[in-house]
Design a protein around this ligand. Structure first.
Ligand SMILES: [Zn+2]
Length: 176
């Protein structure tokens, strides 16, 4: 009995240790996505950044480019998905994790399913257009045949304040 308890305690410690480790790794990659979001901010694009990780290697890094490309689909996630697919020479990104500073919109959430992404980590929630739990929950839709594991709120404050600052700046300049 004592031994069982001790074993249980050890397992628990192991689990929480692993969870902490994953959280730390998530923060490291989210910091890379934030660098991309800051790049977008400087270029006057909506301040969202994304990276895709495959076997602990960043295989794509992108930010919003809708103005530069005059393309409403050029969200950070879409650009990153194309980059990763080219890098891995496959349209299926089965073992990849996508990190993005803001909760994906319906288009990007749909694209994550088409790409068969394994895991999504996002920073701040988007109460106006978020499709991963805020306005709707595409990745949680059980009728779709692909499951994406989702972690949210990683560096949420930094991610959220950058985009708020971006929209404040745009409003001040009379652009939005
Ligand atoms: Zn999007």
């Amino acid at each position: 009995m004592d031994r069982a308890l001790a074993y249980g305690a050890r397992c628990y410690r192991f689990e929480s240790c692993r969870a902490r480790q994953i959280m730390k790794i998530d923060q490291i990659y989210m910091a890379e996505a934030l660098k991309e979001a800051k790049r977008a901010f400087e270029l006057d694009e909506v301040a969202v950044g994304a990276v895709i990780v495959y076997k602990r290697q960043i295989v794509a890094r992108a930010h919003n480019q809708t103005k530069l490309l005059r393309d409403p689909t050029a969200h950070a996630e879409m650009v990153a998905l194309t980059q990763a697919a080219n890098f891995l020479k496959s349209e299926r990104l089965l073992s990849c994790t996508l990190y993005v500073t803001i909760e994906p919109c319906p288009m990007c959430a749909g694209a994550l399913i088409w790409a068969r992404i394994k895991r999504l980590v996002f920073g701040a929630a988007d109460p106006k257009a978020g499709a991963c739990g805020s306005v709707m929950d595409i990745l949680g839709e059980k009728k779709l045949n692909h499951r994406v594991s989702v972690a949210k709120g990683v560096l949420a404050e930094e991610c959220g304040s950058l985009i708020s600052e971006f929209f404040q700046k745009q409003r001040a300049l009379g652009k939005k």
